[in-house]
Design a protein around this ligand. Structure first.
Ligand SMILES: Cc1cc2nc3c(=O)[nH]c(=O)nc-3n(C[C@H](O)[C@H](O)[C@H](O)COP(=O)(O)O)c2cc1C
Length: 384
């Protein structure tokens, strides 16, 4: 990297930032991305290098792929890593150390799939999945009070494990139609007890998860919460339709201990509610009083459009949308900016943007990242 590079137009992205007890070298985050390269819940031996390359490329914070909490039916499939068991934890420790060695921070994403579990492809295929309500095509049962308590304890245990492993924080996966989001969404939550009903009641389970995690990790360990309007396969879904409703959703989560909201959208530049140009992350920050992260097609033209890499479309690089990103960031709309697909194909995207070296950036092509862990990285490294 040239030390004589002119001050970047994109300097706002590269400021050191402190959010409560968390200090990051810059505002660029690697978004959580499932890669399905775990075997029996243990990440592959290449995973530490895979994450470290994105840290070396300049992402100040890495959020790991969704990781199964210690609960028998949390895991989507056998290809998803566990946050339990000696072998899985030993590999995670290598990942943490490798990212820290590059000067970046790392959060683990805590995931329970609920209805999103691929029953036949899991370690525990004969067990039905659990969800707020027993709906859908696969074997599933509605959660009892005992299930609720078990899942809450599993989230809290996973967060405590994360802290002991040296992670710098956790991200709770409350988005995209998985278990926590199934409680938040009317379509998947048909419960008549205190966890169902109006919007405030539907936040109760997620808030209890946050509170239990906060109690297990103490006051200063960062907790990020990812939420979304959209669900896998339902891009027009809405949890909330006004800033007032968003406040009803986020306030209990903030009160329970969330430090940062990750507002998952597919196109960061789209206004969320009529009458204002603020996006979902900007509204999250405004109504919750907590810092926020934006995500969705940063540096790319087309939005995320599939649940699995094999279903996703290729899309070209966009330099133009960075101008809008900067305008929003400089206005203080949000604090952090995450990139997903771009960092799969261009691990060194932050370093290149900082230097204004946009030539040779690779478009997003799932074919290049679908099967193997690193060929795209190696090609990129050679070209960098
Ligand atoms: C291959 C792939 C896997 C993903 N897996 C997860 C995941 O495990 N957890 C999650 O919250 N989001 C997941 N996402 C969504 C990303 O975190 C991100 O929000 C989305 O890709 C939009 O960002 P982008 O337009 O920069 O790619 C995944 C996205 C991709 C492309």
């Amino acid at each position: 990297m040239s030390v004589n590079a002119a001050p970047s137009t994109y300097a706002a992205l590269f400021e050191r930032v402190s959010l409560g007890s968390l200090t990051l070298p810059n505002r660029i985050v690697m978004a959580p991305m499932t890669r399905e390269f775990a075997v029996a819940g243990v990440l592959s031996a290449e995973a530490p290098a895979y994450y470290a390359r994105r840290a070396r490329g300049g992402a100040g914070l890495i959020i790991t792929e969704g990781t199964a909490i210690p609960h028998p039916v949390a895991q989507q499939s056998r290809r998803i890593p566990h946050l339990y068991g000696d072998a899985a934890l030993a590999r995670w420790r290598e990942v943490v150390d490798a990212v820290h060695a590059e000067g970046s921070r790392i959060f683990v994403q805590l995931w329970h799939c609920g209805l999103g579990r691929l029953n036949d492809e899991t370690d525990n295929p004969e067990a039905p999945s659990i969800a707020p309500s027993a709906i859908g095509r696969r074997p599933v049962r509605a959660m009892t009070e005992a299930d609720v308590a078990e899942v809450i304890a599993a989230f809290a245990g996973a967060a405590s494990t994360a802290k002991h492993l040296g992670f710098d924080g956790v991200e709770i996966h409350g988005a995209h139609g998985y278990l926590l989001d199934q409680f938040l969404w009317t379509r998947t939550n048909r419960r008549g007890d205190r966890y169902g009903g109006d919007l405030l009641a539907r936040t109760r389970f997620a808030a209890a998860v946050v509170a239990a995690i906060r109690a297990s990790v103490g006051r200063f360990f960062p907790i990020m919460f990812r939420f979304s309007q959209w669900k896998g396969g339902h891009y027009d879904a809405k949890l909330v339709s006004s800033p007032q409703e968003l406040e009803i959703l986020l306030r209990p989560l903030a009160d329970a201990g969330v430090d940062i909201f990750d507002a998952s959208t597919r196109r960061f530049w789209l206004p969320e509610f009529a009458g204002s140009d603020l996006n979902l992350a900007a509204w999250a920050k405004k109504v919750s009083g907590r810092p926020s992260l934006t995500v969705g097609s940063v540096g790319l033209e087309g939005p995320l459009d599939g649940n699995y890499i094999g279903e996703m479309s290729a899309t070209p690089v966009s330099i133009a949308n960075l101008k809008e990103l900067l305008r929003m960031l400089e206005r203080g709309d949000f604090d952090l900016v995450a990139l997903g697909r771009m960092l799969l194909c261009n691990p060194e995207w932050p370093a290149r943007v900082r230097q204004g070296r946009f030539e040779n950036l690779q478009s997003y092509d799932p074919a290049r990242v679908a099967l193997a862990l690193e060929p795209a990285d190696e090609a990129q490294r050679a070209a960098a």
